[in-house]
Design a protein around this ligand. Structure first.
Ligand code: COA
Length: 418
């Protein structure tokens, strides 16, 4: 089997594979799909596994930015992983996952994320469960009244809303960055401008822009579905949600992808039981030093913690590191490099920290040891108490656990599926 970059000549075969994996795309859907993936082909973002001339599997790396404590990191969103039904169970999926990780590194993505249809193939490649995509269902009438008397923009003040289209793509991208930075968000992503232009062309989506927020919504089976709603202030949130809710004479409910801590949930007059469903996403560090340096950290946290990471696929991540967090920024420096401030045990071979849990309960002294999956989950805010009891984190001490939680702790989320 041979893995290479796909070209436009392969797209019919890719579409056939895709149909067998995920079901048919409608006529318009196939057209949009071609528009979406075509620019990625010359960039080497679509990998194909071939058995001779026959395409047996695919994996795509979407160019995204993902915010971690309000700072944007280059993220490779792995999608479109398919293996032809007759070729499954022979290791093609695993080989594609490994190739996608390698390609993420070549493309300069510090981190990678994906929505897994199955966990094992990605977990064995170093991805770990990290965050959620949450969809809430809210009565449309409850949203309509959020704007107060006067409708959207009424009681909320002079919030100016205007319709937006493809020409607003750059503004939306910039706005998303501003809102996530100010909220110190962890997990949400942004599509690149060309993808936004494509989304904003869709006549069935209704898109409105304010100075510090926007909404993209559509009709779906007689109700409303909100794809994206971001607001940087209370007034804009009220204006946008009440705009969506103004469909309440026809739509009874609104389904919306939101941050589990979206302010709208604290604005609704009634909230006892949430009607929410969650889809999980997995996350992997591609370049540990670049990811830690690019991530935001809480300004009040100051810590120096020895960690040992094992990454069989990316040796550059493996080793004994000193993690420093100070003044809202972080870094890792090698303790096992010549001249490095070596503080812990020898892990330079990359296999000394793997499954050894003998030090798991020792108080102090030794480094915190993590597989790359454990380190990725920690980076994404999964608590050390969870990681330790799941066997993904060993060594260290209760004090270093507290420090790691203070540095990385967050409830990571996305509002976009890919
Ligand atoms: C999921 C898919 C890509 C796996 O490809 P594959 O070539 O069959 O996978 P591999 O043979 O490399 O198997 C890799 C690991 O995944 C596991 N795995 C494969 N298919 C699985 C399934 N359907 N359910 C659970 N585990 C599965 C294998 O057991 C193996 O794990 P192990 O080594 O621990 O036993 C393939 O079944 C597929 O195309 N499915 C339909 C589309 C889809 O779901 N894509 C994934 C989108 S995220």
């Amino acid at each position: 089997m041979d893995i290479r970059h796909l070209t436009s000549d392969d797209l019919d075969a890719v579409l056939d594979n895709r149909r067998r994996a995920f079901g048919p795309l409608s006529g318009g859907g196939a057209e949009t799909w071609r528009k979406l993936v075509s620019p990625m082909l010359p960039e080497g973002r679509y990998l194909g596994a071939f058995d001779g001339p026959r395409l047996v599997g695919t994996a795509r790396i979407n160019p995204y930015v993902q915010w971690w404590h309000g700072r944007p990191l280059s993220m490779g969103g792995v999608a479109g992983v398919t293996v032809a039904p007759e070729d499954r169970g022979r290791g093609v999926g695993r080989a594609l996952a490994h190739a996608a990780i390698e390609r993420c590194a070549e493309l300069g993505h510090a981190v990678s994320a994906l929505y897994p249809a199955t966990t094992p193939v990605y977990r064995s490649a170093g991805y770990e469960h990290a965050g959620v995509l949450q969809r809430i269902t809210v009565p449309a009438e409850a949203l309509r009244t959020l704007g107060g008397p006067g409708g959207p923009g009424g009681a909320a003040g002079a919030v100016k809303l205007r319709r937006m289209g493809p020409a607003d793509a750059a503004e939306v991208v910039a706005l998303i960055g501003r809102v996530h930075a100010a909220a110190r968000a962890s997990g949400p992503l942004c599509f690149d401008e060309r993808t936004w232009r494509l989304w904003l062309e869709d006549d069935d989506d209704f898109c409105y822009l304010a100075e510090d927020g926007f909404v993209v919504y559509r009709w779906s089976d007689g109700d409303i579905e909100v794809d994206n709603l971001l607001a940087g202030s209370e007034a804009t949130a009220r204006a946008l949600w009440s705009l969506v809710g103004s469909s309440s004479t026809v739509a009874k409910s609104v389904k919306a992808f939101v941050d589990p801590a979206d302010p709208v949930l604290w604005m609704l007059r009634e909230r006892s039981k949430d009607e929410a469903s969650q889809t999980r996403w997995m996350f992997r560090l591609i370049d540990l030093p670049a990811a830690v340096e690019g991530r935001g950290f809480p300004a009040g946290v100051r810590a120096e913690i020895p960690v040992e990471v094992t990454d069989p696929l990316r040796p550059g991540n493996t080793g004994a590191w000193l993690l420093r967090v100070d003044g809202g920024a972080g870094s890792v420096t090698r303790r096992d490099a010549p001249g490095g401030d070596r503080a812990g045990g020898d892990s330079s071979g990359g296999d000394s920290s793997g499954g050894d849990s003998s030090g798991g309960d020792r108080a102090g002294g030794d480094a915190t040891r993590l597989t790359i999956g454990g380190m990725s989950a920690l980076f994404a805010g999964v608590p050390t108490a969870t990681l330790r009891r799941a066997g993904l984190l060993n060594g260290g001490s209760p004090d270093t656990d507290d420090a790691l939680d203070a540095a990385f702790g967050c409830t990571a989320y996305m509002i976009d599926y890919f």
